[in-house]
Write a protein that binds this ligand. Sequence first.
Ligand code: ADP
Ligand code: MG
Length: 336
Amino acid sequence: KPLLEVDRLRKSFPHASTAAVERVSLALGEGELLALLGPSGCGKTTTLRMIGGFETPDEGTITFDGHDITGLPPEARGIGFVFQDYALFPHLSVLDNVRFGLRKLPRAQARSRAEEMLKLVGLSDLGRRRPHQLSGGQQQRVALARALAVAPQLILLDEPFSNLDAKMRIETRQEVRRLLKSTGSAGILVTHDQEEALALADRIAVMDGGRIVQLGTPDEIYRNPVSEFVANFIGRSNIVSGRAEGMNVHTPFGDLPMTRAANGSVSLAVRPEQIMLEADPNGAAVIVGREFRGHDQIYWVSKDETCFVVISGPGQDHPDGTRVNMRICDCVVPLT
Ligand code: ADP
Ligand code: MG
């Protein structure tokens, strides 16, 4: 039985022509980490706020731990929330911020639990400071410690890494995953960063225009995107057209296997790493640009007035203007 079940949530705001969230359904298992991923304005925060109780849905139900919580206020739900701006109390010390949610416990017990949480997030020495005396990454960890202190079965995180620089973001996201897995709390993480979702989540719900357009493991979503939107939002894709027949498709690159069956004329998504380049003076394609990245290289390749993006290993070296042949290996993805 899932820990959280969201059934056909809908929310529209006054004076908006379309709903902010439309028919959003999802289920979350105990201890599971789900990312809500999509471009700005697609309804991620609104979905999260409805689950947390900060926004009332127009339609739909939310079931948590076997109870219908759709109409309950946030504090009655037993769900933790980490806000995008952390929402720490500026006049309280770090320790008191973490202790805030533990007011119902006896004093000594609350104090030792708060100290334990600060230790867990690596901030034992900074308990007496005020939030403004901490770095962004440290404030983020205080917010997380505060939310985790009450040991919620579910914790909601809205773009928790957006105020951190690139390096901190990568370190902190693994830290957060480790913390959630070690406390056993399930989590829903809102992000517009596909790399973050792929790196962190057990499953990803991709949102577009208020709806979930695909829900699956990072691997499923990367390998088998359902639409051109998903194929381009998660990683990069080249779009090639072909004529499909069952599990195979006829393309300008020859006959290729597909990840799922289709028939008739189709658009296909081809990942940059699925294209092989072979230098050939009579090749039909030409290298028009490249970017050296150390562990691999990105090439831009022009063929029949179409530009392809190709990622190849460090061994290959094709200067601009080199004529090449392109070969596609592995399954390609038919798009709707
Ligand atoms: P995301 O978090 O994916 O960027 P949001 O859930 O914040 O998206 O917003 C979804 C849509 O709802 C947007 O078009 C946004 O402008 C609108 N919206 C969000 N909150 C409000 C609000 N309080 N009042 C009016 N419109 C809102
Ligand atoms: Mg948002």
